[in-house]
Design a protein around this ligand. Structure first.
Ligand code: SF4
Ligand code: SF4
Length: 389
């Protein structure tokens, strides 16, 4: 903005009579104008440049190929979330996924895990935490993810972003970033606050070559701020999604009237990319269970800092097998395993990924993560769930 104002100030004085003294002044003005023009050029958001548009187009092609492969074959994970560090620089009151003492996973172990995911044919690998931006070798592991052919993403609270960090993420080949923003001002429940992060969002809007999604939440005391967060995200050219907060086991917390109203206002606007797969949340918002087949352990995996495979962040310990020992046979078994926690589950990423296979392969066995034993699935049990509305 100030660069543009400077540029017009220079050109607006060009009508003065030409003299030798003025010539030097004009030369200076010419180079100042060129400099200002180049600053003006720099002010074009990176995603709007030719390179930015090219990267977005090729990303879209890779994503479509990923969806095509997922529709054609069921034998590989579509999304894996992996934790490079459990440490987080924040301390949100509702969070059970961080600590203040964990050391980062050594780089060579992270590389081995990513390569193992590559061998399983994983389509998308997302870095989770803790805070992934606190991981010292983030760029290296993003590059490694891209080398496996997978789409690379990260979730972050955004606090550690700066221009240099964004440029390094661009260079490493990051495809997607999700920033969760819970409220406008920090409080004891959450420090993921718009008014603290707005400057970081502007930086991202200017410099990021990767896709950015801002996710806000309703429920559990969060609510009306989501409308402001959604508006700001779209003003800055980001995708905006909304989630419903869950309890400590990933299960449904019915929304109050005000939260439900906010949820429907945000979610029923024009949908883009991933937001269109969020129909399951409508039932959650109304306090109704969903009928779906959770494909966790197969199409979706959660890999903790110890390198173990879990169904999801809220069902850690199941199956709890080292990733290095996880095979295609495990993927196949879990694909066909119903989880009894699924009707009231609010884990959005697993819902979205499982949606791809919604139409096929009924599940033939059932497990209660945390229950004493697995039991063979019987149709009446599933019917019981369906009629429990
Ligand atoms: S920023 Fe994320 S990981 Fe860190 S405490 Fe808050 S919710 Fe948990
Ligand atoms: S239904 Fe699946 S994603 Fe949801 S809590 Fe259970 S195992 Fe996790």
């Amino acid at each position: 903005m100030s660069a543009s104002a400077g540029y017009f100030e220079v050109t607006s004085t060009n009508a003065r009579p030409e003299t030798a003294g003025n010539k030097e002044t004009e030369n200076r003005r010419g180079s100042a104008a060129a400099e200002c023009a180049s600053i003006k050029e720099m002010a074009i958001p990176r995603k709007m440049t030719v390179r930015g548009r090219w990267l977005a187009a090729t990303r879209k092609v890779r994503e479509l190929a990923m969806v095509g492969r997922a529709l054609a074959h069921t034998g590989h994970p579509v999304l894996v979330q992996i934790v490079p560090t459990r440490f987080c620089n924040l301390s949100c009151g509702y969070c059970n996924e961080y600590d203040k003492v964990s050391k980062p996973v050594p780089l060579d172990e992270m590389v081995q895990r990513i390569d193992a995911l590559g061998r399983l044919g994983t389509a998308m690998i997302g870095l989770s935490g803790g805070e992934p931006l606190a991981y010292p070798h983030l760029d290296e592991i993003i590059r490694r993810i891209r080398q496996t052919g997978a789409i690379a993403g990260t979730i972050t609270n955004g606090y550690l972003l700066n221009v240099d960090r964004i440029e390094r993420l661009n260079k490493a080949g990051l495809d997607h970033m999700q920033i969760s923003i819970d409220n406008l001002e920090p409080d004891e429940i959450s420090q993921k606050s718009l008014n603290v992060l707005d400057e970081k969002l502007e930086m991202l809007s200017q410099y990021a070559e990767f896709h950015v999604n801002i996710n806000s939440v309703v429920g559990g005391g969060f609510g009306k701020d989501a409308l402001v967060i959604d508006k700001r995200a779209r003003e800055l050219g980001f995708e905006s999604t909304i989630g419903i907060i869950h309890d400590g086991s990933g299960q449904l917390k019915p929304l109050g009237e005000e939260d439900a109203e906010v949820y429907f206002k945000v979610s029923r606007r024009k949908k883009t990319n991933y937001a269109r797969f969020d129909q399951f949340q409508e039932a959650i918002a109304q306090g109704r269970p969903n009928h779906w087949r959770c494909r966790a352990g197969s199409r979706y995996l959660y890999i903790c800092e110890d390198g173990l495979v879990h169904y999801c962040s809220q069902k850690r310990g199941f199956p709890g097998v080292p990733l290095a020992e996880y095979t295609k046979a495990d993927l196949k078994r879990e694909f066909l395993t119903a989880k009894t926690c699924s009707p009231n589950c609010t884990i959005g990423c697993v819902h979205r990924i499982s949606y791809i296979d919604h139409w096929r392969a009924p599940q033939t066995r059932t497990i209660t993560p945390g229950g004493k034993q697995e039991k063979a699935a019987k149709a009446p049990q599933l019917i019981q769930i369906q009629t429990g509305n």
